[in-house]
Design a protein around this ligand. Sequence first.
Ligand code: ZN
Ligand code: ZN
Ligand code: FE
Length: 763
Amino acid sequence: MSAGHTTEMKKALEIRIKGIVQGVGFRPFVYQTARRHRICGSVLNDTEGVIVRAEGEDRDLAEFLRDMSANPPPLAMVMSVDSVEAPAVGCADFVIEKSLMTAERFAFYSPDTAVCEPCRKEFFNPSDRRHLYPFITCINCGPRFSIVHDIPYDRINTSMAAFEQCDRCRAEYADPSDRRFHSQPNACPVCGPRISLYTARKELIETDSDEAARMTVSLLKQEKIIAIKGIGGYHLAADAKSDAALRELRMRKRRPFKPFALMAGSLESAERFLEISPVERDLLLSRERPIVLLKERRELVSRQAAPDLSYLGLMLPYTPFQHHLFSIDPDMVLVMTSGNVSDEPIEYRDETVFDRLGRIADYFVTYNREIIGQGDDSVLFVVDERSFFIRRSRGYVPAPFLSTESLATILAVGGDLKNSFAVARKSFIIMSQYLGDMADPLTYEVFRRTVDHFMRIFDARPEVIVSDMHPGYLTRLHAEEMASSGRRRIEVQHHHAHIAAVMEEHGITEPVIGIAYDGTGYGTDGTLWGSEFLIARRGSFERAAHFSNFPLPGGESAIRDVWKIGISLLHQRYGRDFPVMRRDAETAGVIEIIEKNINSSLACSIGRIFDGVAAILGISRTVSTEAEAAQQLEEAAMRGKAPDWPFIIPFADNETIVIGTDDLTAYIVSLVEKGIPAEDIAAAFHQAIIHTSTAVAVRLREKTGINVAALSGGVFHNRILLAGLMDRLRKAGFTVYTHTAVPCNDGCIALGQIVIAKDKFGK
Ligand code: ZN
Ligand code: ZN
Ligand code: FE
């Protein structure tokens, strides 16, 4: 053997990298890193991720490996790096090879992200060839999830396949030193997608994107409503400072109360009317660009944006076209709400959009590239400098969660409300985007289509299918249909799934005291649960405490008439001669329904107790969305003053603790009869729930020795309750966990279902 750099001295490795490593500039990054460390060999994408064949000196190889994991490109998410020794073949150079198709088709690609700073600068640079070109993008930014229909992530498998690159684009695409090397959506004004502005009757007005942007801004100023095709679907845009435009939008969209999301041109512009903490600022400026709920500081936008609420949802521009609009008028604030009618899914298909949104929008800004993976904007809020999801969608999906290895591939269909489903494969869990409520037939159709889409892009052939146990859930029906030959199927209890999701997020394997404060979920005894204290493990649970049952007149579907729940609570405690609420022919009808037990399921849902109390206090009567009354009650409580001594609701300390809903009703009534203002009673009510919950948790700790509390359920969107209960529990010595990576509402159900199924089948 001779000394020096001979092939005999070299070692070779085959390195397999998994995670989000496709479409994020990973191969050129490997190429440059290899060159730097005198490594020869190759890199290529396959359907599992990236494979590197590296040959070099021992020390160079070690440094190469270290650098690859230490500084990956911005959109990459390296989840595992495995290397095995291979025979050295004596290569001379490092090359990027063509993608390989292998039997195993499993790779991730990045979520859609906001346009990056270098691209944004080029966009506004008059001498750049992409000046004001709305589809400017590079390997570090732009659409991904929304344009992919198959793996591997190559242009041919995206909706960019329809556009053939011009020579200049092709040269960038082929140049490993270029920011657009292998950037699949690479395009320019010569070869790429184009924007068009249409009237609602589909008459073409403008195809020049600068002109289209200018006309859009001027139409918005004239209080017109414009449908604008974004990344995951259409937005409906309107001038947020115009009462008339927003009133019109509410009427046309059939959405009387639910707040509209806003978009401001910059952080400075948003700070004119909103309080923004450092954590909130980082979220707003993150490449995921979610909607963040922010406290209103000063009245600048119309009251119609979020009637009676002190928090407004706002995001900053993330597409080049949005930046373009705000460059024309930096002070403008827009409503940018999902383009849909009422509770239907977000509109994203050009074939149907004029039909479906034609009665809402006056004009349409659209473009000729298909959206494949649709999705709404994500929504978060911040409490005590920590962020919480309300909706996990654009910008976050389909980034996987790393989990314990699962032997079986599992599909969890989630729940019927705020649906998001999940797939578990090997050591990954992938959650779908937010899909909405299955009561809407179009949403159910989108759910089924999106399940198929995920099965394809993650090549998942589920062996186990999990659903909720609710007999009326369409998601459960779909699971039943899918669970044909050879597939195992399980059903899990709703609140167990809630708590299991928290356990997964924090890697908890020991039993916890789970507190699921929720709307309604089907219980193992056939009643509607929703104020559950569970002693929960990953695979099983016992129901340890809950509020006492009360009838829900009209059942789960009647939640819009919250006054009926108020009547029910009062009637349950006082009988027919109940105080406070008015008695008339209408209430007599409700009492009859309750007394004759017609369509009045028993429930203990704390979400419904919030509704009923809001009704008793005269704060809400009928609502248009599920959480509306609870939000109004919380708003009232924020204005009110709680008593110095909180009321602890008596609870019956049997094998299962039952908290006295009737005692709570009597407490509220006593405060009303003392003439205490509704706002102060609302505050007292929140404190009663917080202190009683803590007392019950302490009692359960005495019984079980468990000192870990896990909080989940949609009712924890209530800031007073979330912050207050976490604080009280911590002061009582508990370790407290709640959601950070998925919403606490039913958007977390599928994750919990996966955990429970894995405990049964996947280990
Ligand atoms: Zn870019
Ligand atoms: Zn081009
Ligand atoms: Fe729930």
